[in-house]
Design a protein around this ligand. Structure first.
Ligand SMILES: *Cc1c(COP(=O)(O)O)cnc(C)c1O
Length: 366
């Protein structure tokens, strides 16, 4: 028998979440974000699972787009940060990619290039996040230069990104939205604005296109959540088994540094999963874990290949018992990755993208 740790990827859940995103924004098209290997889920498998559903995909680099094209993914693919050097335009053209331009040098390179066919281009504007994009005051002039070159640039859209669409306090979001609305009206430009939280919570931000990412994988990005977010289904289940059980006396320490001490005579289960697999070493004592579909907690520091859980109140649990570290148990019990992330002082994005190559992915409902 092989090591029991697996990342099971439920592609039906991915399609369910995609349809939810689409139905929340019926007048928008979804630019499905599958950067970072689809947030750790496997970009090729996810793109294929959404074939015929998703109108376009988004990635972070030419390398990520190349993997998809070589696997036969034929839908439009947007490079969210555009090119990193002018010589990438040749490949952009050959692969038929769509481009974001966020900096003057990218605009100059694009207008210098003679593509086989005009490149669908998204002009990135900084509406307040202050990461990528043109200042709104300069955007009109850049827009005019791009629209003046229809043999190089086509299907121009305005793109911007929100810094706080997930937050309960709407002030910063509304300020960004006001800036973008004014610019889009002046340019009569179609927009692409909404990430997952804005797709879920801010219909005002739904443009010609949206850019849902993490919600497609079943994580709720909203501080507090809402009804739509509660309908998301987990796509990844990180699953393993109990490989050893021991009794420890009251007061005995468990694991590295003896961080956890048994508050009573306790039964400890050892799970085959550790930080060498990408399970976060910052997980605190008390982090929830499902054993045979029932909730229990992490007891002691996560090691490289193993972690320990408290089985004292689960007398039926033993060697071979099912363990779910996040996702869905066959009994139907669920453990939200967002809840696990809070116990690790992080966010679902880092847990999902952090699952390491030694964890075999198993795809369900191809
Ligand atoms: C990653 C990314 C997204 C998706 O964000 P989520 O919070 O995962 O929905 C959207 N737009 C841009 C520019 C991104 O880089």
């Amino acid at each position: 028998m092989a090591r029991p740790l697996h990342a099971d990827i439920d592609l039906d859940a991915l399609r369910h979440n995609y349809r939810l995103a689409r139905d929340l924004a019926p007048s928008s098209q979804a630019l499905v974000v599958i950067k970072a290997d689809a947030y750790g889920h496997g970009a090729v498998a996810c793109a294929r699972a959404l074939g015929g559903l998703a109108p376009a995909f988004a990635v972070a680099s030419l390398e990520e787009a190349t993997v998809l094209r070589e696997a036969g993914v034929a839908e439009p693919i947007v490079l969210l940060e555009g090119i990193f050097a002018p010589d990438e335009l040749e490949r952009v053209d050959a692969l038929g990619l769509w481009l974001v331009v966020h900096s003057e040098w990218q605009v100059a390179a694009l207008l210098d290039h003679r593509p086989r066919r005009p490149v669908p281009t998204w002009l990135k504007v900084d509406s307040g996040m202050h990461r990528l994009g043109f200042d709104p005051a300069r955007a009109e002039a850049v827009w005019a230069r791009l629209t003046a070159c229809p043999e190089r640039v086509t299907a121009l859209h305005l793109m911007s990104h929100f810094a706080t669409a997930d937050a309960l306090d709407p002030a910063c979001f509304q300020h960004q939205m006001t800036t973008i609305d004014a610019l889009a009206r002046r340019l009569d430009a179609p927009t692409c604005l909404a990430n997952s939280p804005a797709t879920l919570a801010w219909p005002r931000a739904h443009g010609a296109w949206n850019r849902p990412g993490v919600m497609l994988y079943g994580s709720n990005p909203l501080e507090g959540g809402n009804d739509a977010a509660r309908e998301l289904r987990p796509v990844m289940t990180l699953r393993s088994e109990i490989i050893a059980v021991r009794e420890v006396a009251s007061g005995e320490p468990v694991g590295y540094g003896g961080r956890w001490h048994a508050p009573r005579p306790s039964r400890i289960g050892v799970v085959a999963a550790g930080y060498g697999d990408g399970y976060d070493r910052h997980a605190a004592d008390g982090t929830p874990v499902l054993v045979d579909g029932q909730r229990t907690t992490l007891a002691g520091k996560v090691s490289m290949d193993m972690l320990t859980v408290d089985l004292t109140d689960l007398p039926g649990a033993d060697i071979g018992s099912r363990v779910v570290l996040w996702g869905e148990d066959p009994s139907g019990a669920r453990l939200s990755i967002d809840e696990v992330a809070r116990h690790c002082d992080t966010i679902s994005y880092t847990l999902l993208t952090g699952i390491l190559p030694r964890v075999p992915r198993r795809y369900r409902h191809l």
